[in-house]
Structure formats: structure tokens, C-alpha cells
Design a protein around this ligand. Structure first.
Ligand SMILES: [Zn+2]
Ligand SMILES: [Zn+2]
Length: 352
């Protein structure tokens, strides 16, 4: 018989006081003593009640002055640990759950109020939803078996009593958990998520008391996909954005999203990627922020707008002379090479 079985046998909670335990045991002995109880199995029941009581007394007395009964002590240290285990297990629980954060919350850190329900096994009935009473089962009158008439009425079959599961004891629905065997405890915690938490990080929140329970929250961070930003495999924050091709060519200012909000950034027609220092994802938990990479894709309109085509031709015409005249530019150098080559082609072939 283990400790839990012993308490169940007596129909009491492990938190019961010594005095209550003794009173319960006395009541049970009075109810089941074979001298007073004629039901089948009363003798067997009586033995079990005594065994259970002795088992619990041994645990509670620790190294045992053994005042009450049996002096045969087991290992005292292990026993006393075993006797306290169900209580501490019942009142201290770890509740694991996921928490979804936006990428901005993960970058900047945030405080969230978490609400939820935590269910735990009802300690009053050890999760069974019912309590075992001292009285004999009313259905089988304590025998644990019921007799049923077989098909032709002249055979009697003994079946295990369904109301008491065959142990002959009356049961009542547990009023602490309304017979469900579980209790729900609501909790509400304000939790600070440090800057730099990543997808899959598990945060352990110190225990707090909720409805008589010590609850330790274990929070797994889940970062929501972002409509604009993405974290690459190296942990760099990135954004890819289209920009007006002409604005890019002319070095205009554009608005770029950053975790702290919109920001003005100057385009440069020699660059498609821009590095914004210290505006990205923290390099470590609570650490400084890394860089933020903005990649731009210049977008040009489909060339079917006559007004824009006319403007472009004007632009080409006005820029050609300037571009070709610049000796340091590849286009100017190319034009001179082309001209030289072409004039040689036109010279008549010389006979040497
Ligand atoms: Zn219960
Ligand atoms: Zn029964």
C-alpha cells in the first residue's frame, strides 16, 4: 500500500490534521468492525483500514516513537519525504504557455498582462471527482458484488457493483470540484519581456500565488510574422521596399519604416542596399541593437506614357553632350574609342 492509497482507503485528504485522521479512523473502525458489521468483506475492509492508518501514522511520526501502533518502522527519511511530497506537488505547479509578440515588441522589449486559467487535480478527491465515505455502499450493501438474474431466471451471476467499483464503499460526488476531479485557477500576471527575445525563447517567470496555488509560468515566445520586416538567419533585421526609379536616380528622400517608426532616408543611385546602424534587432538579449538593412528595388513605369517619353528624350538629349564630354566617364572614353575605330575603317586600304 502506498501513501496515496492509504489516504484513499481512509477517504481523507493528505492535508488532514492528525486529530482529524484519528477521528476518521475511529469512525471507520466503528463502522466496519466485524462484530458490528455483518456485510461480506467487513473483516477484509477492517484490515485495510488499519493497515492504511498504520502506514500514515508511521510516515507522520517520522523516526517514530510509535505511540499508536505498529513499531516496525521503515526508512524514516524516505518516508517523511514521501509524506510531504503530495502536498508540495499539489500546491506548486508549472504552467507552460505560448505568448505571441510582434517583432517591434521583441526588438524594443514590452510588458504584457497575461491572463489565463490553470487547471490542477482536485486535492480533496485526488482527481477522482468523488469521495469515499465510511458507510457501506447502498447498492451492494458493502459486499462489492451485485447479483443479477440471468436470461432464464434460474442462474444467478455475481457482478462487480458498478456504484462502488466493487470495493463495497459508499461514494459521494466531491463538492470541492463538483465531481469533475479538477479545479481551475485564474491567474493574471504582468510580465516584462526583455528587448531581444527571439522566436522559441522560453522565459521562466518566478512563482506567484493564485487561488492558493504556487504557479510558475513558463512562457514560450512566438514572434508574429511582420508585414514589412524580416529577421535573416544571421539575426539582421531587413526590409525590402520598392522605390520610384526616378526618385532613386535623383537621390530623393524617401520614408522608410523602422522599428521605432517612419524615418527619412536619402536614396543614392549607386546603392540598392542601405545599412542603418543600430536600428535593427538587439544582438543579444538586453544587448545593443544591431544594424538594419534596407534594400530598395527601383521601379520604373511602363514606357507607354507619351508625356513621360517626351520628357525622357529631352533628358537624354540634354545629358548626352555633358556625359560624352567628360573624359573621366566610361561613356566619354567609349565614344572616343568608337570614333577613332570608325574613322580608320573609312580610310582606303594602303598598299605597302
Ligand atoms: Zn474533488
Ligand atoms: Zn457497491
Amino acid at each position: 500500500m502506498d501513501t496515496q492509497e492509504a489516504y484513499e482507503e481512509l477517504g481523507v485528504d493528505p492535508s488532514v490534521s492528525d486529530a482529524e485522521l484519528k477521528a476518521t479512523w475511529r469512525r471507520l473502525v466503528a463502522a466496519w468492525h466485524p462484530d458490528r458489521n455483518a456485510t461480506a468483506g467487513a473483516d477484509w475492509r477492517m484490515q485495510h483500514i488499519n493497515k492504511a492508518y498504520q502506514h500514515i501514522r508511521q510516515l507522520r511520526d517520522g523516526d517514530g516513537d510509535g505511540t499508536d501502533e505498529d513499531a516496525s518502522n521503515g526508512a524514516p527519511a524516505a518516508s517523511s519525504r514521501a509524506s510531504t511530497a503530495p502536498e508540495s506537488d499539489a500546491s506548486k505547479k508549472t504552467h507552460a504557455r505560448k505568448v505571441r509578440l510582434s517583432l517591434e515588441d521583441a526588438i524594443l522589449g514590452c510588458t504584457r498582462t497575461l491572463r489565463g486559467h490553470f487547471t490542477h487535480t482536485c486535492s480533496a478527491c485526488v482527481g477522482k471527482g468523488q469521495r469515499v465515505l465510511a458507510q457501506a455502499c447502498a447498492t451492494c450493501r458493502g459486499s462489492g458484488a451485485v447479483r443479477r438474474a440471468a436470461l432464464f431466471g434460474w442462474l444467478w451471476n455475481a457482478e462487480s457493483c458498478a456504484d462502488c467499483g466493487g470495493d463495497g464503499r459508499q461514494r459521494e460526488s466531491c463538492d470541492v470540484c463538483n465531481g469533475s476531479g479538477e479545479l481551475a485557477v485564474a491567474y493574471r500576471r504582468r510580465v516584462r519581456f526583455p528587448a531581444g527575445v527571439r522566436d522559441g525563447h522560453v522565459l521562466s517567470v518566478p512563482t506567484s500565488r493564485h487561488g492558493g496555488m504556487e504557479i510558475r509560468l513558463e512562457l514560450e515566445v512566438e514572434i508574429e510574422p511582420h508585414p514589412l520586416f524580416a529577421l535573416d538567419s544571421e539575426g539582421l533585421l531587413r526590409c525590402e521596399m520598392p522605390v520610384n526609379g526616378y526618385a532613386w536616380m535623383s537621390g530623393s528622400w524617401v520614408e522608410v519604416p523602422t522599428p521605432n517608426g517612419l524615418q527619412q532616408m536619402r536614396l543614392n543611385r549607386d546603392a540598392l542596399a542601405y545599412r542603418l546602424n543600430g536600428q535593427g534587432f538587439p544582438v543579444t538579449l538586453r544587448g545593443p541593437r544591431g544594424d538594419y538593412i534596407v534594400k530598395v528595388t527601383p521601379v520604373f513605369p511602363a514606357q507607354d506614357d507619351p508625356e513621360q517619353e517626351a520628357l525622357l528624350e529631352q533628358l537624354i538629349a540634354s545629358s548626352t553632350r555633358a556625359v560624352e564630354a567628360d573624359r573621366s566617364q566610361p561613356l566619354g572614353q567609349w565614344q572616343r574609342r568608337l570614333k577613332r575605330w570608325n574613322s580608320k575603317q573609312k580610310e582606303p586600304a594602303r598598299d605597302d
